[in-house]
Design a binder for this molecule. Structure first.
Ligand SMILES: [Zn+2]
Length: 478
């Protein structure tokens, strides 16, 4: 898990919505996204409450375990207590709220959001459909005014937190495109611990290990598929598309390919040409009114786009691909290949693995050595077979050497046994704790968006308490 965090720890989802029935503890897994866009586990904790100090302690322990590395973006299901802890422990990290939880919370409060499609669309547009701040502010104002929400405290509080959820305001930070992309709906990151009623902590540990095994097995299959096959495409795999197929995993290649297709049908005009700098406006045919500005440095191949897809998602947008194509650049400039999305994301682990397999080569060496020594001794026996004095020399040598080898092996074996007995004596039998109810444990502190939800919250908590982990998968980002 530490190795995975080292590679994929730029994005992390921290969800506190799981509960155990037996102890009513909060199960809080730390989950990331790997290079095949699948879940990867960084760790898992149990908390007795949701106080700021508890979260702060947990984050500090997690950070220490992970050699001090902080995520770039951290997604959580609620804001209040976690937010304070994040600010203290991960000050550089961008805290984001999961839109799925936020939207569900909004729908449970406003019946209109369920019944009126136009309100639903306007709200969704504000959440994840705006390209920049200007568009967001305009959409928000018109929604607030149309549905007369000017003095509504929940919407006012939500607006105050806009930096944490509005996708149009967060494009400068890498978030793997989790929020602004529709694909997260289909990917639907679900942990799905298959725990049952009355799951104890030791039983949970077994389930946790099985979940990890399943995820890693899926990753190995994906790795195998990427190493053995090249993707098929509707277009010939040439130029920059071929390069993408060589470097990216299959999943990321499909996203790149979609951008490439859009680049073919887009239009571009050059608005400025000065020395090495070229400035283009690129727009798609189906969205002719909206264009993005691309600045390209033809000497260094540095390229930026006002849509900021690369900064947000980690691969180039169709606007940039259009400009690169016009300028006959047929490979993705190295700077724009984010290693965490490539087939080589885990190459450092492969290196470690190959150094481990070096030991296996030693086993082969041992095999060769055995044959070589057998040959030498056989030749020696043949050589001295006609001379009795030589027999004595060989036999004395054999007796002396076998005694020395026996002494050495006996010493090594007894040392290993004493090490094992120390280990066995120091091991503990881990048992489940007895159930106890401590003050403040049973009642969750409500997040910003849960305060007025008394009856429903109690009802839903009782359901999750009954069926820990087996009910709704909670890491859903949209
Ligand atoms: Zn762009």
């Amino acid at each position: 898990m530490k190795e995975d965090y080292d590679i994929f720890g730029d994005i992390m989802v921290f969800d506190t919505t799981y509960r155990t029935n037996k102890y009513n503890l909060i199960c809080a897994p730390f989950v990331g996204v790997n290079h095949h866009w699948k879940n990867v586990m960084f760790g898992c904790a149990f908390l007795a409450d949701e106080k700021v100090e508890s979260f702060q302690w947990l984050f500090e322990v997690f950070k220490k375990s992970m050699a001090g590395k902080c995520p770039v973006s951290l997604f959580t299901d609620q804001d209040q207590a976690i937010s304070n802890a994040i600010e203290k422990v991960f000050p550089e990290t961008r805290h984001r709220l999961c839109l799925w939880h936020l939207y569900q919370n909004a729908v449970s409060r406003f019946a209109k959001l369920k019944s009126e499609n136009s309100f639903k669309d306007a709200f969704k547009k504000c959440l994840s459909g705006c390209v920049d701040e200007t568009e967001f502010e305009s959409c928000w104002r018109s929604m607030i005014s149309e549905y007369k929400l000017e003095n509504h405290p929940w919407f006012n509080r939500l607006y105050g937190l806009k930096e944490k959820w509005c996708t149009g305001l967060s494009k400068d930070f890498f978030s793997a495109g989790i929020l602004s992309s529709q694909r997260s709906e289909s990917t639907n990151h679900a942990i799905g611990f298959s725990a049952k009623k009355n799951t104890s902590l030791t039983e949970f540990y077994g389930i946790f290990k099985e979940t990890l095994k399943h995820w890693r097995s899926k990753e190995q299959k994906d790795e195998f598929q990427c190493s053995r096959s090249m993707p098929e495409s509707a277009l010939p795999l040439t130029g920059i598309l071929k390069h993408a197929s060589e470097v990216y995993t299959l999943t990321i290649f499909r996203y790149f390919e979609a951008e490439f297709f859009k680049s073919i049908s887009s239009s571009s005009i050059i608005v400025l040409l000065e020395d090495r700098m070229m400035v283009y406006d690129v727009s798609s045919y189906d969205n002719a009114g909206l264009s993005h500005r691309v600045i390209f440095d033809c000497f260094s191949n540095l390229i930026t786009c006002s849509c900021k897809k690369f900064e947000e998602c980690g691969f180039l947008c169709y606007h940039c691909l259009r400009v690169l194509h016009i300028n006959s650049i047929f490979t993705i400039p190295e700077y724009y290949i984010k290693k965490r999305w490539t087939k080589f994301a885990k190459s450092e682990i492969w290196d470690k693995f190959s150094s481990t397999t070096g030991r296996l080569e030693k086993v082969d060496d041992c095999f060769l050595w055995r044959h070589e020594m057998t040959r030498k001794f056989y030749n020696l026996v043949l050589q001295c077979q006609e001379n009795e004095e030589a027999w004595m020399i060989v036999e004395e040598g054999y007796n002396r050497d076998s005694q020395a080898v026996n002494t050495l092996i006996t010493t090594l074996t007894s040392t290993e046994q004493s090490d094992t007995s120390i280990y066995l004596n120091s091991s503990h039998i881990v048992q489940d704790p007895t159930r106890s109810v401590t003050k403040g444990r049973s009642q969750r502190i409500k997040g910003h968006f849960q305060k007025n939800k008394k009856k429903k919250t109690v009802a839903s908590n009782s359901i999750t308490a009954k069926e820990f982990g087996s009910k709704t998968p909670n890491i859903r980002l949209l």
